[in-house]
Design a protein around this ligand. Structure first.
Ligand code: FAD
Ligand code: UDP
Length: 366
């Protein structure tokens, strides 16, 4: 078959790779001037810079871990995030170090008693605020969650789905690992080469700076199947209404100091600081920590509007419902199109989930 893949991000690249192995002829189009979508990394001042924010690969899915290890070698990076609340530092995720810094408690029993005294007792938390209060209580919610969450999402924590905060572990152990997964790391040499390798095939052609919407009808006419990893509402010209997204602005600079903040990721959890986190890229790979300069990125959350990059879907009930309507609409109005990835499936997917979804799509649709 002649297949068009729209988007050279991780979903598009895995799909193209697998379909090329089956012998199909693949054209990949990408509107940006580079491949790899949001996992794109590039060398700046001797270090791999994550242009679209910190990307740490973590998974408990053996099949996905084996899959990526065919193409790249991972370092042993473990994400250990520090939170800065009005100048006071706390360890994340919420663990015995955090509880000690917050309350002076030393044992799990003391920490649990503190949490129990402040936690909200609800069976089924209705929103992110209730979920956070029921997991860790008021002090941690006020200092480490509320401000960060409300600036990140541009809405009240009471208007956000509970699952977003369940991404973060809560532990009664001294363990600062941000993730619970079996495997974790960052590809040595960055992520872009992973996507380069996925797309390296004589039957895959990649065209950059090519927007699907510049020739929508011609593309739909010329290809047997289209795999679309952009926004599903844009694909249908917002016919059923706009889905909500959250955007970001990345402000990256090279500094003449070997060590700016001493850690890869520091979160600013108060409401007043306009950015959510500062990333110091050299600390993603120990091999780079000797360089005399450093590259840092401030991440500013932003409102999304048409034409702005849609980094996060806002998976609240209303938007999930609208997405379902688009899915139904798609089966009737674009049967030759398969929607995939974070934007096409409108899901807050991590990289490993995107890979699993792409492999599943190829297995079930071809
Ligand atoms: P994308 O990477 O968005 O790729 C889609 C591509 O399609 C883009 O390149 C886009 O330009 C292109 N495109 C869209 N529309 C068109 C069009 N009309 N024509 C042509 N091309 C088009 N995941 C983790 O596992 N660990 C992390 O630490 C992590 N950190 C993250 C931090 C941030 C700030 C963000 C935003 C995401 C993070 N993620 C992380 C998630 C990760 O980025 C995604 O899971 C993954 O990149 C999604 O791949 P994708 O192919 O679905 O989408
Ligand atoms: N979060 C928070 N304080 C933090 C870090 C995260 O309240 O210091 C909340 C916030 O609501 C965020 C969610 O936890 O959106 C998930 O955090 P994660 O680090 O997984 O976000 P991502 O890396 O996807 O932006």
């Amino acid at each position: 078959m002649k297949i068009l893949v729209v988007g050279a991000g991780l979903f598009g690249a895995v799909a193209a790779h697998e379909l090329a192995k089956q012998g199909h002829e693949i054209q990949v189009i990408e509107k940006r001037d580079h491949i790899a979508g949001n996992i794109y990394t590039e060398e700046v001042a001797g270090v791999q810079v994550h242009r679209y924010g910190a990307h740490i690969f973590h998974t408990s899915d053996q099949q996905v871990w084996d899959y990526v290890n065919q193409f790249v070698t991972f370092n042993r990076f473990t994400n250990e995030v520090v939170a800065n609340y009005k100048g006071t530092l706390y360890n994340l995720p919420f663990n015995m170090f955090t509880f000690n810094q917050m309350w002076g408690v030393r044992t799990p029993e003391e920490a649990q008693a503190k949490i129990n005294a402040q936690r909200l007792a609800v069976k089924t938390p209705a929103n992110l605020e209730e979920q956070a209060l029921s997991l860790v209580g008021t002090d941690i919610y006020e200092r480490l969650i509320k401000g960060y969450t409300e600036k990140q999402w541009g809405r009240k924590a009471t208007e956000l789905p509970a699952f977003i905060i369940r991404r973060l572990p809560v532990r009664l152990t001294f363990n600062n690992n941000y993730f619970n997964d079996t495997y974790q790391g960052i590809p040595i040499g960055g992520y872009t080469q992973l996507v380069e390798k996925l797309l390296a095939s004589p039957v895959i052609t990649v065209s950059l700076q090519t927007d699907f919407f510049a020739a929508r009808e011609a593309y739909l006419h010329d290809y047997d199947k289209v795999i679309f990893t952009g926004m599903i509402d844009q694909f249908f010209d917002y016919t059923l209404g706009e889905l909500a997204y959250r955007s970001l602005r990345f402000d990256t600079e090279v500094l003449d100091t070997p060590n700016y903040q001493g850690n890869a990721v520091i979160n600013y959890t108060d409401a007043e600081t306009p950015f959510t986190r500062i990333i110091e890229h050299k600390f993603f790979d120990e091999a780079h920590t000797h360089t005399m300069q450093t590259v840092v990125t401030h991440e500013y959350p932003q409102e999304w509007s048409r034409g702005v990059e849609p980094y996060y879907p806002v998976n609240d009930p209303d938007n999930n419902h609208l997405f379902k309507q688009y899915r139904q609409y798609a089966t009737e109005h674009a049967p030759q199109v398969i929607f995939g990835g974070r934007l096409g499936l409108y899901r807050y997917y991590n990289m490993d989930q995107v890979i699993a979804a792409a492999l599943q799509m190829v297995a079930t649709s071809f």
